[in-house]
Design a protein around this ligand. Structure first.
Ligand code: GDP
Length: 453
């Protein structure tokens, strides 16, 4: 029996959530529905209006939602008391619940119960945290997909394939008198190859997932006066931009997470382009190179009213073979530098004419980024994406074990040696969905939750 206090601070409503078999027994003691209905007879998925009473005194007018086992978030009996907001009243109702037999829930305990009671697997539980902490629409989307069990199904499918391999192996172990070696080995190898491919696809998706989760690490480079700060301002001023500032990982930088059209960009503001103009002048090409090293995307901005200089050429060198977009700025003025300039085209197919000062071409820039990172809807909706480093590490481990199994076959090792690696693979995948319960990992995961979830 656990309950929880929802809103800290003043809000329109406060929610207290209870879960456990005694939920309704406790509720009976503290809640009087207006229509005097017996609480145990109230149906699940209904909401009742009434009062919270203590020693005959009305404490608050509330709405109570009923969820009857097993049809609830935790699969247990549950209720949610919607009271007036404000610390005092919520605290008071919480105390009344505690006095009548409830305990305080730990952070994440509701979701943990949903997991232990088998309603969701560990992957789904983790996606609840992702959805809550999502910083962009896309991140919410991948989290919701995972919550619906898309990734769990994919893992289950791969596991089934591995189990099929195991069946082949068991046959070979149990009936050594049949000389099935050559055929079986080939079959097992093929099946493992298939499994490996699928796992590798998942592993690769992590890079995309990481970008969705943390933002595309983007750096704007260009020589002084090209228009870097104007561009940054144009992006940050965008009405739909949600901006969060971070201390940059590179010395002297500020990182700003901007989400536009659902695309999260983590802009590295080199030495505060916007804040300290003089500083920028001091940032030499060496420093720019260092910053550009760790970027997922380089936006190189050139002044289109000027011919390319030696510095510009150095910048072009720098972005060669990197994911980059070239911007020709100041197109409101007469241009000297053209978009079909060979020196530019050699380096990038993504050349856009803009006027940072007049917000021209900014929308096109976003479209180009979406294209470049294939962040379009189709991709997100159809692909299964890993966003969690724990999952990624386990998948990497599983791939290693599949590789060892394949190697053992190639080296004509006894089949039971092959079987060990395959069983390890199964275990790695089981750890992802939480079938194999490691108490430390479970505790660590649920500790990241907030109270009441
Ligand atoms: P930074 O040194 O690369 O950060 O360049 P700034 O953004 O400070 O721009 C340098 C100068 O160019 C400033 O005077 C800006 O007002 C001007 N500028 C920037 N973008 C444009 C543009 O699109 N059109 C025009 N006409 N001027 C621009």
């Amino acid at each position: 029996m656990h309950l929880f206090l929802r809103h800290h601070g003043i809000g329109g409503i406060g929610i207290i959530r209870m879960s456990g078999k005694d939920t309704f027994t406790i509720l009976e003691k503290i809640f009087k529905p207006k229509n005097k209905q017996e609480i145990s007879k109230i149906k699940g998925y209904t909401i009742k209006y009434g009062n919270i009473i203590e020693n005959g005194e009305i404490i608050d007018e509330v709405l109570v939602s009923y969820f009857k086992a097993p049809k609830s978030y935790t699969t247990e009996n549950m209720c949610e008391i919607n009271s007036h907001g404000g610390n005092i009243i919520v605290r008071k109702i919480l105390d009344i619940c505690l006095k009548n037999g409830a305990d305080l829930a730990k952070p994440g305990e509701f979701t943990q119960r949903a997991f232990f009671n088998g309603r969701i697997d560990l992957l789904q539980a983790e996606s609840v945290i992702d959805v809550i902490h999502a910083k962009s629409e896309r991140e919410t989307k991948t989290g919701m997909k995972q919550l619906k069990g898309v990734l769990s199904k994919q893992i289950a499918q791969i596991k089934q394939e591995i189990l099929d391999v195991m069946v082949h192996i068991e046959v070979a172990i149990d009936y050594p008198e049949y000389d099935v070696d050559e055929v079986t080995n080939q079959q097992i190898s093929d099946m493992l190859e298939n499994v490996e491919e699928k796992l590798e696809k998942l592993e690769k998706s992590f890079d995309n997932g990481k970008m969705i989760k943390e933002g595309i690490k983007t750096v704007i480079i260009g020589k002084p006066n090209a228009g870097k700060s104007s561009l940054l301002n144009a992006i940050l001023k965008e009405e739909r931009a949600i901006v969060t500032q971070y201390e940059g990982t590179t010395r002297d930088t500020i990182e700003e997470l901007v989400t536009i059209n659902g695309i999260p960009l983590k802009l590295i503001d080199t030495a505060g382009i916007r804040q300290a103009k003089d500083e920028v002048e001091k940032i030499g090409i060496a420093k720019t190179k260092e910053i550009a090293q760790e970027a997922d995307l380089i936006i190189a901005i050139f002044d289109s009213t000027k011919e390319l200089t030696k510095e510009d050429i150095e910048i072009l060198e720098l972005i060669k073979s990197r994911k980059s977009i070239i911007l020709l700025n100041k197109i409101d003025l007469e241009s000297t530098l053209q978009a079909d300039d060979k020196r530019l085209k050699e380096v990038s197919n993504h050349i856009i004419k803009i006027s940072a000062l007049n917000y021209v071409g900014i929308e096109e820039l976003y479209k180009e980024i979406t294209k470049l990172f294939q962040l379009n809807e189709i991709n997100i909706d159809n692909e299964i994406i890993i966003t969690n480093i724990r999952h990624k590490n386990l998948i990497t481990k599983a791939i290693e074990n599949v590789k060892s199994a394949k190697k053992a076959i190639e080296e004509k090792m006894p089949i039971d040696i092959v079987a060990i690696s395959i069983k390890d693979t199964l275990e790695d995948l089981g750890n992802i969905t939480g079938e194999i319960i490691d108490e430390n990992i479970i505790n660590e995961i649920f500790a990241k939750f907030c109270l009441g979830k």
